[in-house]
Design a protein around this ligand. Structure first.
Ligand code: UD1
Length: 423
């Protein structure tokens, strides 16, 4: 297991290229199950989560060819040879539960392991199951697996989600595109990831109206065909690297970034005193190293609200702000595990339930810290960039799940950062 060592304190300047979106890429890959023709995906991020899902899809009979060192992929599900998604893989990657909708749409049957809990919360799948039941699936939970079948195929239904779930919206959408009749999905996710999935499905021949609004109408078609689709830019990677020059001072252009996909973060960062400018090639984020950012309050919410996946990074930024910021996490019940690690670096944070009060300090100090999940790990690296002295982050395999070339990208803008093998 590797560790990342950061020697912080200096400003960052230069450019960072932003990769394709992890959360989109994984759902696009699952959509390949819906057709017997090849689906070509471009602008794919090279991440361990993508490799894990590749293994699962291959176990179901999908042939996966990686081109350009993984930046493009061709997925061919000519035949689905196995309808069971095993626990070994689903427990490692929750997004792999999103083979469920496509498998039900294509085959009318599937056996998928329940994902189980995860570090940031219980993360139930009841909405995924009830929406498929509404489309006529019979569901049985046995020995940790969902056994689902729909004799004669799925039928269109009207489904209103009680609250927004990205994963459940996407599973229901993928199931509905091949169902008989019309499905109306209400209170759906409007996340760019879900919208991009809908666009890809439409390029494959699906009939979908309303992607990006809170109601989607899906008229089932007999079959989908192959397509070539470009995965969108990763707004979470973009937001993460926007916070880097904000926490250290300096000026960094995030290549490929646009304001629209990170508007909620950009608004908060400007309120905190950071300058953000859109250029022809990306977004430039600037902060004078001789000033401090101001504390701003943040509440996470479904898109277009402030993303839960940027809460940990924003907390790192608030650790060095003037004043006290209140951060409220409304999506997951246990998503402040980075707080005790930031406290080890000198941060002042009080957490009660789903609220964290962060009082800024003049300087963070480097310390050995432990990554607990993907976004928590990157928040510790951001804090390390601003801290005096050396920060050693262990368990960096969490980072490899969702960030490409962390060390290379940060060195490119002047950070002192290294990755070493853990003894
Ligand atoms: C969520 C985030 C997504 C983020 C991803 C990875 C939201 C709305 N979703 O997506 O932005 O990229 O995590 O960190 O911000 N829930 C149930 N029953 C269900 C499904 C969900 O109770 O059947 C609950 C979850 O436990 C959670 C909330 O609903 O509290 C939202 O979950 P959901 O959007 O489905 O999670 P992800 O798809 O993982």
């Amino acid at each position: 297991m590797d560790r990342i060592i950061v020697n912080g304190g200096g400003p960052l300047n230069g450019q960072i290229p932003i990769a394709g979106a992890k959360n989109t890429a994984l759902k696009l890959m699952c959509a390949a199950l819906l057709t017997d023709e090849p689906l070509t995906l471009t602008n794919m991020p090279r991440l361990s989560d993508v490799r894990t899902l590749t293994t699962l899809l291959e176990s179901l009979g999908v042939e996966v060819a990686c081109l350009q060192e993984g930046k493009s992929m061709v997925l061919s599900a000519a035949e689905i040879t196995n309808k069971t998604a095993h626990y070994d893989i689903v427990r490692k990657l929750r997004a792999s539960f999103n083979v469920f909708g496509p498998m039900m749409g294509r085959c009318g049957e599937a056996v998928v392991s329940l994902p189980g809990g995860c570090a940031i919360g219980a993360r139930k799948v009841d909405l995924h199951l009830s929406s498929l039941e509404a489309m006529g699936a019979k569901i049985d939970l046995r020995e940790g697996y969902v056994h689902a079948s729909a004799q004669g195929g799925l039928k269109g239904a009207e489904i209103e989600f009680p609250f927004v779930s990205v994963g459940a919206t996407e599973n229901a959408l993928c199931a509905a595109v091949l169902a008989k009749g019309t499905t109306v999905l209400k209170n759906v996710a409007r996340e760019p990831d879900t919208v991009d999935l809908a666009h890809c499905l439409m390029e494959m021949g699906a009939d979908i109206e309303g992607a990006g609004t809170s109601t989607m109408v899906i008229r089932g078609v007999d079959r989908l065909h192959g397509a070539t689709h470009r995965c969108i830019t990763d707004r979470i990677e973009l937001g993460t690297w926007m916070i880097a020059p904000a926490i250290t001072g300096g000026s960094v252009e995030l290549l490929g970034g646009t304001r629209a996909i990170v508007a909620s973060l950009a608004d908060k960062m400007e309120e905190a005193g950071v300058t953000i400018a859109e250029t022809a090639t990306g977004l430039v984020v600037t902060r004078d190293p001789n000033t401090q950012v101001k504390a701003v309050d943040v509440t996470t919410a479904p898109f277009p609200g402030f993303p839960t996946d940027l809460q940990a990074q924003m907390m790192a930024l608030m650790c060095t702000a003037t004043g006290t910021a209140v951060l409220e996490e409304t999506i997951f019940e246990n998503r402040f595990m980075h707080a005790p690690e930031l406290i080890r670096m000198g941060a002042q944070i009080d957490t009660t339930g789903n609220t964290a009060r962060v009082t800024g300090v003049d300087k963070l100090r480097g310390a050995p810290v432990m990554a607990t999940d993907l976004r928590a790990s990157i928040s510790l690296i951001l804090a390390g960039l601003a801290a005096e002295g050396e920060t050693i982050v262990s368990r960096v395999y969490h980072l490899d799940r969702g960030y490409e070339h962390v060390v290379r990208k940060l060195r490119g803008v002047g950070a002192t950062i290294d990755r070493v093998k853990e003894e």
